[in-house]
Design a protein around this ligand. Sequence first.
Ligand SMILES: [Zn+2]
Length: 226
Amino acid sequence: MLRKFGRSLLGLIYPNRCPVCGEFIPADGEFCKRCTDELTPFTDEFKPIGADGFTAAFEYNDKIKPAVMLLKDGICGNAAFALGKALARRLTETGLAENSDLLIPVPLHKRDKRRRGYNQSELIAKIIGMELGLPMRSNILVKQKLTDSQKTLSAAERRVNLSGAFSVTDTSALCGKIVILIDDVCTTGSTMAELTSLLKRCGAAQVRCASCCKTMKQGEKHDRSQ
Ligand SMILES: [Zn+2]
């Protein structure tokens, strides 16, 4: 209630805009009506290796791209709010939010976080935490190694690239817990698979993965090997 009031007040100073097309929308709005109708909900089956479930709010395509770009370019605007709310709804609809204990965002290396000014997955996880009434911990997982962009790497190269890139700072916070790992975009799922394995080795009972968008490359639609 207070939060809604706060957004309404803020809306008087900084009018809220659709993060896809820039049209003015109500203070508590996510996307404008036209964009909402044109976005493609993620309905495919996919799961990162070792994960206890996966969901995404949208298929990644040219329509949702401007919202993701806003999120990544350091001019977050309404993007984290809109994408976070949509993913929170998906987590509830799919049952993945049920009995879960903790939200953990995929971490950025501190150099990348400094450059952008924030971790976009953390902003999304914060919104989801408020929507679902779950605690969000952004200091349990850290990325200690700078990695190359995964885009052009093969599956084997991705594994080598990510090897030793992440560590856990607080295993007691994970012991027996059902964790939801949050990312902005999931491509092959190799980062989520690496983090799932690490969180489980450090005591997490379950790791459920969720991203705002999932890429749907030609021919990848039914490839569940990654
Ligand atoms: Zn729009």
